[in-house]
Design a protein around this ligand. Sequence first.
Ligand SMILES: Cc1cc2nc3c(=O)[nH]c(=O)nc-3n(C[C@H](O)[C@H](O)[C@H](O)COP(=O)(O)OP(=O)(O)OC[C@H]3O[C@@H](n4cnc5c(N)ncnc54)[C@H](O)[C@@H]3O)c2cc1C
Length: 404
Amino acid sequence: MTGATKTRDLRTGRPLWTDSPGLGVPVRPLTRSLSVDIAIVGAGISGALMAHELSQDHSVAVLDRRPPLTGSTMASTALLQWEIDLPLTTLAKQIGAAKARRAYIRSRRAVDDLAQLVARERISCQFKTKSSLYLAGDDHGHRALEAEAEARAAIGLDSRYLGPAELRDRFGIERTGAIVSTGSASSDPARLAAGLLRRAHARGARILSPVEVTQAASDPDGVTLLTDAGHAVRARSVVFCCGYEFPKAVPTPGARILSTWAMASKPRQPCPAWLRDMLVWEASDPYLYLRMTGDGRLIVGGEDEDSADALQDREKLKRKCSTLAAKLEALIPGVGFEMDYGWAGAFGSSATGLPNIGPVEAMDHTWAVMGFGGNGITYSVIASQIVATEVRGGRDPDADLYRP
Ligand SMILES: Cc1cc2nc3c(=O)[nH]c(=O)nc-3n(C[C@H](O)[C@H](O)[C@H](O)COP(=O)(O)OP(=O)(O)OC[C@H]3O[C@@H](n4cnc5c(N)ncnc54)[C@H](O)[C@@H]3O)c2cc1C
């Protein structure tokens, strides 16, 4: 591998996946009022997983004010990880050891469940099981990572600490330590969501767009949604899967919206061979992460900022991509990254890195899903499981972990 990192003019700031094949989803406009068992607001990955699950035994309508998949899902770099933003050891101090253990184990299971779902439904979305390499950084150094690997191993998670010599020998990376873990994955998030929506549609789910939900009112028998065009959608249950575009009716205590940046190389990017099977991220703030796609592109992201507006700034996009490229070059010298796409997106965070999944306060028959943190898609899987169980009248044993 030789050559300095090159960047060329950024296209339009469009995410890589906007040019993916197979994104077609059968949508239609809402031309009259409607009555269904379940109305899902939002046609991103959360709404797609929810619709896929609930359309098995309910009539479902998915409503989106934009074309499906054009929210945060299209911007996602889709590292499908069970490793939560906060290390197990830190999360245990915040919410207690037993709950932290459950949160990690539930996330681990969610990635497996998603892999099985994709295989069962034969969704073509570049889904690939991968290991992850979590590098020591300025947030958590090598001692903290060593303790973290031990804590994870103690609850049966496959994480192993690497010292600097082994890290250098196996990966050519100069850091004070790292954790290698099995059981993560990556995918094309837009194709994944499109595939799920198509399967839900084949079971009778209606995907309605453009339809903006402007009001929601519940009563003992159900919920009535009002749309911008003045139609009413009556449902026995409603699930808001609105990503980081919080509806006014849904309180979001402690939530923050961040801007984050990512870029992708051209296909067949020269890279160390091990990177094809590995997700790389670091314990730093701001952090860097990287992974490869099936066609050999290298995706690099991070540089989050605590601002909901920064993502609109085109000059900042250029600067952020230069910073990401410089950090990549420092991590993998001589990689010669040639940028093809660079983009920004909105991201949510909560104090624990855990999502908010649960009933909406002061409303009946209404749930909201907010998949905060770096594991947004893993949380979308968990949300579809918890909410579907509750809609069916059951109780998920981990639901308490994700209540706002
Ligand atoms: C750059 C970037 C990188 C990321 N990387 C990762 C990663 O590596 N791994 C990971 O797990 N997660 C990652 N995430 C987070 C992940 O992408 C999100 O958690 C996930 O896509 C959220 O999906 P969603 O369906 O909940 O929201 P969205 O995809 O945003 O969908 C919400 C939909 O709701 C619609 N909507 C909102 N309000 C209304 C309304 N009132 N009426 C009608 N429709 C409405 C919107 O139009 C939108 O289409 C990343 C995010 C970004 C931006």
